[in-house]
Design a protein around this ligand. Structure first.
Ligand SMILES: CC(C)(COP(=O)(O)OP(=O)(O)OC[C@H]1O[C@@H](n2cnc3c(N)ncnc32)[C@H](O)[C@@H]1OP(=O)(O)O)[C@@H](O)C(=O)NCCC(=O)NCCS
Length: 142
């Protein structure tokens, strides 16, 4: 299996949303249109979107928000279940670090991915904070 990476925001966002559902990041099928709209906007407003391709099949992606001077955050790192544990997640993280070699990177991990990110060189930060009712404001969490 040869995986190619692309840096591009012009993706088929129906396929992107399919993967959000496949990895169970999204549940409610009836909210699909609203989800698609905000996900596409979020990706297009990111400085870097890297996608992974198995021939012409989209099999994963990640995006980076950054000021391009000091800080960068990694969001929506997802690999299609059929393609997980084949080194693609690692390729995507490495690409982000390669594009911005001098930035201080942050991310939020799901509980089940902590060890994956530790393998990628990240560590937990005990004082990371978020706005308590932020989830209520954000359409993909409510
Ligand atoms: C977590 C995820 C991005 C990992 O991607 P992947 O392509 O399966 O990971 P890789 O094959 O590149 O794994 C790289 C290394 O991490 C390990 N690894 C992968 N997933 C892991 C996990 N969940 N826990 C612990 N280790 C993991 C691999 O075994 C491999 O180890 P090795 O280098 O010693 O062989 C992918 O499983 C995924 O998309 N999960 C669902 C969505 C999700 O939860 N995204 C993260 C949001 S926080």
């Amino acid at each position: 299996m040869k995986i190619l990476l692309k840096e591009a925001k012009d993706l088929d966002y129906e396929k992107v949303v399919d993967i959000f559902y496949e990895v169970k990041f999204l549940k409610h099928p009836e909210k699909r249109e609203a989800y698609k709209e905000v996900i596409e906007k979020a990706f297009r407003h990111s400085q870097l979107v890297v996608s992974a391709w198995d021939n012409d099949e989209l099999v994963g992606f990640v995006r980076v928000l950054t000021d391009e001077a000091l800080f960068a955050t990694i969001w929506n790192m997802m690999i299609k279940p059929s393609h997980q544990k084949r080194g693609i997640g690692k390729m995507l993280i490495q690409k982000c670090l390669e594009v911005y070699p001098n930035l201080h990177f942050f991310l939020f991990s799901g509980e089940q991915c902590v060890d994956f990110y530790k393998k990628m060189g990240f560590d937990t930060h005990h004082y990371g904070m978020y706005l308590k009712d932020g989830m209520k404001r954000c359409v993909i969490y409510n």
